[in-house]
Design a protein around this ligand. Structure first.
Ligand code: MG
Length: 315
């Protein structure tokens, strides 16, 4: 460990070239592998409502993301700027693209995971579990086997001011689900989260990371069995500022999490490598751009980007 500390110290000098305002480095050697020296956080768009769910559409070379309160999916590209992708979006939140390039979208007011077929038709993929409506799907990922995994916290349901209860809630809890499009079957795979939120698979698909943005403010990791079941999981890391919302995994298996102070990067063993500090609190992020090495960050009312040295695993 002593030698490692010396190496880290030796490499701290080039690290100083980074804009001190934009980063916090815990492990200089590892951080340099993630974020190039001199990288700065750029604001691409502002004056939005509350932005979430960024996804890079490779085929179109554009970023799509959600403006939840404005009931709109936005589109951004360097050439085309900011435009409307879909409105109304049914207060869309998390987005992902499946193997066929179809856009999957979590809808708060739609209370469903929707899928947009190529050509434009938007259909319901999942809107119930055991005959009861979902709460308000928040974020979604697709496993390499084609199954769709999503979280269903209660953030999108209205709170009754008198009872403080969520109105119209039909599920017994805030679960994480696995949906198999081949069979149409939906299974609750995790039931003990307070508010399950962002989720992402390891590059080999054998681990699933899930953020709890409720009181725990941590990310848990689960082993994924071949039959799609999970083990009991364990705490992978805890977020020290704010809580985790959207998360992504890079090709080396590092976990990139939104947090109150920016994007926090964790090694596969759960140790924090450092932070990319952002002026507004990020809710979600994704890798994209022509080379896959732009990190797009949705943060409150604005969209930001930063050039990084790695790209994302999966879609
Ligand atoms: Mg979220």
């Amino acid at each position: 460990m002593k030698n490692l500390a010396l190496v880290s110290f030796a490499l701290a000098a080039p690290g100083a070239a980074l804009s001190a305002a934009d980063v916090h480095i815990d492990h200089a050697l590892e951080f340099a592998r993630c974020v190039p020296a001199g990288a700065t956080v750029t604001k691409l768009a502002g004056d939005l409502g509350f932005v979430e769910g960024p996804v890079w559409l490779k085929a179109d070379g554009v970023l799509v993301f959600s403006d939840i309160p404005n009931n709109e999916l936005k589109q951004w590209s360097a050439a085309g700027g900011l435009t409307t992708y879909r409105k109304p979006s049914h207060n869309a939140n998390g987005n992902i693209v499946d193997q066929a390039g179809r856009l999957l979208t979590c809808e708060h007011s739609g209370r469903r995971v929707a899928i947009q077929e190529k050509g434009g038709a938007v259909k319901t993929l999942v809107d119930s579990f055991e005959g009861k409506k979902l709460n308000s799907p928040n974020d979604v990922v697709v496993h390499s086997d084609g199954t769709v995994w999503f979280t269903d916290p209660e953030y999108g349901l209205k709170t009754n001011p008198a009872t403080k209860q969520k109105e119209g809630k039909e599920q017994a809890g805030n679960f994480v689900y696995r949906h198999d499009p081949k069979t149409g079957k939906t299974t609750a795979v995790v039931r003990d989260f307070v508010q399950p939120n962002g989720l992402a698979f390891s590059p080999d698909g054998k681990k699933l990371y899930i953020a709890d943005s409720g009181a725990p403010k941590h990310i848990r990791v689960f082993a994924v069995a071949a039959d799609g079941t999970l083990d009991q999981g364990r705490v992978f890391c805890t977020i020290d500022k704010g809580g985790p919302d959207g998360i992504r995994v890079d090709t080396a298996g590092r976990v990139w999490s939104s947090a109150g102070d920016g994007v926090q990067i964790f090694a596969p063993d759960g140790k924090r490598i450092g932070k990319i500090l952002v002026a507004e609190s990020p809710a979600n992020l994704c890798f994209g751009g022509a080379d896959g090495k732009t990190l797009f960050i949705t943060a409150r009312k604005s969209l930001y980007s930063v050039k990084v040295a790695v790209t994302g695993a999966g879609r």
